[in-house]
Design a protein around this ligand. Structure first.
Ligand code: GLP
Length: 272
């Protein structure tokens, strides 16, 4: 695992977006695992900008989202289907037939989960998985005590997750579903490369547990410590409580892999 610290949320999102863009330029039919949440909005905004201004091409890209609420129609504005359409899919040249999210409306959730796993395998597996992190350390919707070998399945959300995410339901917080279909921790760990992005001081406490604490199913993001190619990008605020901050700064300044990213163009107004 490599932890990369950037000064601001905008600079952290820009680094994540530049990494995704680089992988997409190297492999046009990249299989990209996607995440939702407030943190990702800036990443998608930057990818849209790269598409418009630099011709970043999504035409052959295939995507699999981490999760979807159970019981929300794809057209429901609070669904992750709608989120992805709004923030990315409708704004770049991606073929909608190549975009997948778990089916939270399936009458047989177990069969739908199995189908999702098979679809990922049929595409050759996920090349790059983008992740955020929940306040309880969940990745996807793998709540505490999710098996670290779990596969795509339906999962009951914790009251804490419901409280945090229901604020995104505007004046209808009661409509926030209690369950979701999510890739498992094992599914996520199968990705060839992982990039987790965390920003803001409200993520500082959980980042210490996830990155510098023991590997435990109580904090499913800690399982990323077992992945051979996982990059964690944090801003100074989310890194606030980390013990090895000086070393993480040193990595970005000295690791040859990051050389092309050190000259990052200034973040444009509105993205910091
Ligand atoms: C949801 C998603 C996670 C995401 C998390 C963080 O719970 N299932 O995949 O990482 O939100 O969201 P935010 O970026 O809004 O903090």
């Amino acid at each position: 695992m490599e932890v990369i610290m950037r000064p601001t949320a905008g600079a952290a999102a820009l680094l994540a977006a530049r990494l995704i863009a680089a992988r997409l330029r190297e492999k046009h039919d990249l299989v990209l695992g996607l995440a939702t949440g407030r943190t990702m909005e800036m990443v998608y905004e930057l990818l849209v900008r790269m598409h418009r201004e630099e011709g970043l091409d999504f035409s052959l890209c295939r995507t699999f989202n981490l999760d979807e609420y159970i019981g929300l129609e794809p057209a429901d504005p609070h669904s992750y289907h709608a989120y992805m359409g709004k923030h990315l899919f409708s704004r770049v040249n991606i073929d909608s037939r190549n975009t997948r999210l778990p089916d939270g409306m399936a009458s047989d959730l177990k069969a739908a989960a199995l189908r999702y796993e098979k679809d990922i395998a049929a595409c050759g597996g996920i090349d790059l998985q983008l992740l955020g992190i929940g306040h309880d350390g969940h990745i996807g919707f793998n709540e505490p005590l999710s098996s670290l070998r779990s596969r795509t399945r339906d999962k009951t959300l914790t009251p804490g997750t419901i409280a945090v995410n229901s604020t995104l339901f505007g004046d209808e917080p009661h409509r926030m579903p209690r369950r979701a279909m999510t890739m498992g921790v094992g599914t996520i760990l199968d990705a060839r490369e992982i990039v987790l992005l965390a920003t803001g001081s409200n993520k500082a406490a959980i980042m210490v547990q996830a990155l510098e604490g023991p590997v435990t199913s109580m904090v499913t993001a800690s399982a990323l410590q077992l992945h051979p190619s996982c990059k964690v990008i944090v801003d100074e605020a989310a890194a606030g409580d980390l013990k090895a901050k000086d070393y993480y700064r040193w990595i970005f300044e000295n690791e040859p892999e990051w050389e092309p990213y050190r000259d990052a163009p200034p973040v444009k107004k509105g993205t910091t």
